[in-house]
Design a protein around this ligand. Structure first.
Ligand code: AMP
Ligand code: MG
Length: 486
């Protein structure tokens, strides 16, 4: 096939042991149509968005045709789901190749919703339009928020109706990721009991994500440290924007440190540490405030999987693993507090900053304040809406904070400039996401979706147009619930 799309594919994963994956083609679909093509992302990958919109491009994005040079496969992995260990694997996703970009970076291109695989268990291997557009919106919003994430290159509809609670339009998302290696990939390979295979996987992950680690004598310890650090930074960034991932199973934690698997995730409106959106998270395991603890728990599962590589002596290996995982907490605290300083316009660090943050969050919680907008009000010296603004304790707190800002060399102005870079003007508010999805799914009206994508593209621009989208939902629309979208 002629390659006018710009595909420059390699298939390094297929050179790993055969037990790590299964070769198979995506399942053909009857009538594919492109609904979203991410031109900017395409360009950065060396692909031509216009070419991908043509019939032969859409055929590739729908799985009806393999891209030139791509060798499609489904990856095997395991994972702890809500704490329980299970064999999983790509049940409805197929890696179609690794795009090597003009600047030499390598990205997995994966079709999600492209049919059954040997790992599908009871599922149909399909996806529906709403959840795929939701992933497109939120992953791209995360990227715009400068948070590491997998990205969305395209959503195409398939012309099929998929049976869920009702019949829904089928769709395929093209996901772009630094890789799809997960904590669960290591659990899967470790469980097979072959140290040789484990070493191959770890070497592969190091080569792809942390090549600098090879300078160390034991580069597997370095690798573990790097993954822990990347996750501490990632989860701190989620917490700083009020993001609740919703399904932090070990198979949904990427080794690269990218946010992956946009199922039941959502952004918090009113500040409440116990916020849970997912309809299946009955015990709040993945509640907002639990995310750092869960991340550390997942990383302990990674450390366990790596034990044979950390040291030949099992006891020493365990000590090394435990020591590294224990460092997650301090690393996370540092990232979080640094981020909060930016949100509060504090240029230098001070011992008392932690208390300043804690007291603000406590007041926000007590007065049911909107998380994102409280920081925006502080940034632009607006009077905080609702009861928080009237609270004498909050007025006192603001005085304390302003004094602290005064310690910047550039005073308040410097604080404000910093805050504009730390406090987004907009997040993908749940009611806005729902509105956009409703238009697209129920009436093929893509105008609200396109507008939302445009508004979310520059969250730190602070334009007047964004204000309407910064408003919290009508309280009658709450509580908001999300579903896994399988
Ligand atoms: P997730 O909740 O998206 O992380 O999915 C958990 C596991 O279920 C993964 O192995 C998925 O590939 C698989 N899965 C989810 N939905 C489907 C589906 N409709 N058909 C087959 N497998 C699925
Ligand atoms: Mg998953």
């Amino acid at each position: 096939m002629e390659n006018h799309f710009g595909f420059n594919l390699d298939n390094s994963y297929s050179r790993l042991p055969a037990s790590f994956f299964s070769y198979l083609d995506p399942t053909p679909v009857p009538a594919p149509e492109a609904v979203c093509i991410n031109d900017k992302l395409a360009t950065s990958l060396g692909l031509d968005g216009q070419a991908l919109r043509q019939d032969d491009g859409v055929a590739i994005l729908a799985g009806n045709q393999n891209p030139p040079g791509g060798v499609p496969l489904a990856q095997a992995y395991a994972g702890h789901q809500f704490g329980h260990f299970t064999m999983l694997g790509d049940g409805r996703a197929i890696l179609i190749g690794e795009q090597v970009t003009p600047s030499g970076q390598r990205y997995d291109l994966q079709l999600k919703g492209s049919g059954r695989t040997p790992y599908s268990r009871g599922g149909d291997g399909k996806s529906t339009l709403g959840p795929m557009l939701r992933e497109y919106i939120i992953s791209e919003a995360m990227y715009a928020l400068k948070i590491p994430t997998t990205r969305s290159l395209a959503v195409v509809t398939t012309g099929e109706k998929i049976q869920r609670e009702t019949l829904l339009p089928g769709a395929v998302l093209t996901r772009v990721a630094a890789s799809h290696l997960r904590v669960g990939t290591f659990q899967y390979v470790a469980g097979r009991g072959s140290e040789k295979e484990l070493r191959l996987l770890a070497d592969y992950a190091i080569e792809r994500h942390f090549p600098g680690a090879k300078a160390e004598t034991n580069w597997y310890i370095r690798f573990l440290k790097e993954v822990i650090d990347a996750q501490a930074s990632l989860v701190a960034q989620w917490m700083l924007v009020g993001f609740v991932h919703g399904v932090m199973n070990t198979d949904n934690m990427a080794i690269s440190g990218e946010t992956i698997d946009y199922g039941p995730c959502a952004f918090m409106d009113t500040f409440d540490p116990s916020t849970v959106f997912s309809s299946i998270d009955h015990h709040g395991r993945y509640a907002y405030a639990n995310q750092p603890t869960i991340a550390a728990w997942n990383l302990a599962r990674l450390a366990e999987s790596l034990l044979p590589l950390l040291d030949p002596d099992p006891e020493t290996a365990r000590e090394i693993g435990q020591h590294e995982v224990e460092r997650f907490a301090s690393s996370y605290d540092r990232y979080y507090l640094d981020g909060m300083r930016r949100k509060l316009g504090l240029k230098k660090s001070e011992q008392a900053d932690k208390d300043l943050v804690r007291d603000l969050l406590q007041l926000m919680y007590e007065h049911k304040a909107d998380y994102t907008n409280t920081f925006l009000d502080l940034t632009f010296e607006g009077s905080s809406q609702g009861v928080l603004g009237q609270s004498p304790d909050f007025i006192q707190w603001k005085k304390r904070w302003k004094e602290r800002c005064g310690q910047n060399e550039g005073g308040w102005e410097e604080a404000q400039e910093l805050m504009k870079t730390g406090n987004p003007a907009v997040i993908p508010r749940n009611h806005r996401v729902e509105e956009a999805l409703r238009g697209a799914v129920q009436s093929s009206d893509y105008a609200p979706l396109r507008k939302l994508l445009r508004i979310l593209e520059h969250p730190f621009a602070h334009t007047p147009e964004q204000r309407e989208f910064a408003k919290p939902p009508d309280p009658s629309a709450l509580p908001y619930r999300t579903f896994c979208g399988t």
